[in-house]
Design a protein around this ligand. Structure first.
Ligand SMILES: Cc1cc2nc3c(=O)[nH]c(=O)nc-3n(C[C@H](O)[C@H](O)[C@H](O)COP(=O)(O)OP(=O)(O)OC[C@H]3O[C@@H](n4cnc5c(N)ncnc54)[C@H](O)[C@@H]3O)c2cc1C
Length: 471
């Protein structure tokens, strides 16, 4: 751990001369822009931001920080809920300029640098009719999402993002560089698949890709129901999802229909229960697979249509630009119980702002066939990851959206499986981190001791080295 004195006195001119990338200091004109992350509720003032140009820059920064007793914050896509990509008085090792991708269409792999967003990767792979499992948004960073697990449209069919990770290039806490895979540093590779940024700085990821839809065109989009129909829709959905072919997935949400095209004007601003579907199988079987969805209930809007996977992945990016206030609460759920539905109905009727929402993402199918101890990501029970997010552009509403999310979570939590998705946690302390890793925490702590005994990488959902820090 360091003090702000160390942060102020470090000889940054030396670092500036040693790296190829830009070193941004508090007095520089671009500092405020460079320290801003996706969640505008986060307002941290780092000592310096090193926008790395290559792996050598990352190694140089890690060694410099160690030598001068500086805290290190690591930034990939900058989307982390708790804002761990930036920290007061730390040296921010910013990877956002590292955005190359390399697709091997024959081998069905993609290699992505650590500053890529999922939009970068989908753009690269969907051109070849394939994709690797990611999330539900294009603007999220590959690095943080992958290291936490990765829950997205393709999870039912092909598993989580970590289940499709083949290798990762990593700069370790002592400044050395390794490639982790099943056959090299396999303990580190296990820990990287869900253990977050605790074990080193990943500079590039290699993923397995899968053919999807017809040459990358899938059938997807939202179906909205009246908010009053929520109890029936949720009961139908909880039975339907496990019975569906794994080519079809859908996450359920309580939302306000956005007041903008392509939504019909008569629905603008109306609160609703929505399911966003994605079918990635052969199109000649689509009618049969989607029949139960099309046949159910009295939807306000059915937005299902063929589209490139990249279009579905980026469909919500414009609604949620960087710079909004965000407050998150999460849990895993083995079931969507009647008691839980009562809570959803209550708080869905009180959405505090137009952007605020609740989502339940399926983690079943292929994602749940992976044993709980096969990767650091431990929740493989075959249920859902839930997230309640208070969101609004206006900082004056920060308290209101946070309170709504907290109250909602308090009432819902007893119906949960315990623990939550670490990528949706705020800075909630060790008990929540341990609960999220379930039976895998002790093994993670042992691996942390091997690779980062001084807890150099601690600005994250922290796993502390087994046996405590070195004296
Ligand atoms: C709008 C929105 C939508 C989201 N949707 C999904 C979704 O669909 N599915 C899903 O699974 N998650 C989703 N998330 C959660 C997302 O996975 C996390 O916020 C994740 O931390 C973002 O990664 P990042 O690289 O953008 O973030 P950052 O803030 O840059 O980093 C996140 C964490 O990872 C560490 N880190 C970053 N890069 C590296 C690296 N190269 N090496 C080591 N450590 C690193 C950071 O230190 C930090 O602790 C969403 C988040 C947002 C804000």
């Amino acid at each position: 751990m360091t003090t702000s004195t160390a942060a102020t006195r470090a000889p940054y001119a030396e670092l500036d001369a040693a790296v190829r990338g830009e070193l941004i200091m508090p007095a520089d004109p671009g500092y405020d822009q460079a320290r801003a992350v996706y969640n505008a509720m986060i307002d941290k003032h780092p000592a310096a931001i090193a926008r790395c140009r290559d792996t050598a820059d990352v190694i140089t920064c890690v060694r410099f920080a160690r030598q001068h007793g500086l805290e290190i914050a690591v930034r990939g896509g900058g989307h982390n809920a708790a804002g761990f990509g930036v920290w007061d008085d730390a040296l921010v090792i910013d990877l956002s300029a590292l955005r190359s991708t390399t697709v091997d269409p024959r081998g069905h792999t993609v290699r992505a640098d650590a500053g890529c967003t999922w939009g970068d990767v989908d753009h690269a792979t969907v051109a070849f009719g394939m994709a690797t499992p990611s999330g539900f948004l294009a603007s999220t960073g590959v690095a943080g999402l992958t290291l936490g697990g990765g829950i997205g449209y393709l999870a039912r069919r092909f598993g989580l993002t970590v289940d499709n990770l083949i290798a990762a290039d990593v700069v370790l806490a002592d400044g050395t560089f390794v490639t982790a895979s099943e056959s090299s540093h396999s303990d580190l590779f296990w820990a990287l698949r869900g253990g977050g940024g605790n074990f080193g700085i990943v500079t590039s990821f290699t993923f397995r890709c899968h053919d999807i839809g017809e040459a990358g065109t899938i059938i997807g989009g939202p179906v909205f129901y009246d908010l009053a129909d929520t109890p029936e829709v949720m009961r139908w959905y909880r039975e339907l999802i496990p019975s569906l072919p794994e080519e079809l997935s859908g996450w359920i949400a309580l939302v306000t229909i956005p007041p903008a095209p392509p939504f019909p004007e008569e629905l603008w601003g109306r609160t609703a229960c929505g399911i966003v579907w994605c079918y990635t199988g052969p199109h000649d079987q689509a009618d049969e697979v989607l029949e139960p969805v099309r046949a159910y209930g009295s939807p306000l809007l059915v937005g299902l249509q063929p589209m490139p996977f990249t279009v579905l992945q980026s469909a919500f990016d414009a609604l949620y630009p960087a710079g909004l206030q965000w407050y998150w609460k999460t849990d895993f759920f083995n079931e969507i119980s009647d008691a839980a539905i009562d809570v959803h109905v209550k708080y869905g009727a009180q959405l505090p702002t137009g952007h605020s929402t609740m989502h339940l993402y399926p983690i079943d199918g292929a994602a749940s066939r992976v044993p709980a101890d096969a990767t650091a990501f431990a929740y493989r029970d075959g249920g859902w990851a839930g997230v309640i997010v208070g969101v609004d552009p206006d900082p004056a509403n920060a308290g209101r959206i946070s309170q709504w999310a907290q109250d909602y979570w308090e009432e819902l939590h007893p119906a949960s499986a315990g623990g939550g998705y670490i990528n949706f946690l705020m800075n909630e302390g060790q008990d929540r981190v341990k609960a999220s890793y379930r039976g895998n925490y002790d093994r993670l702590a042992q691996i942390k001791k091997r690779y980062d005994p001084d807890n150099t990488f601690h600005i994250n959902q922290n796993i502390q080295p087994a046996g405590g820090l070195n004296p």
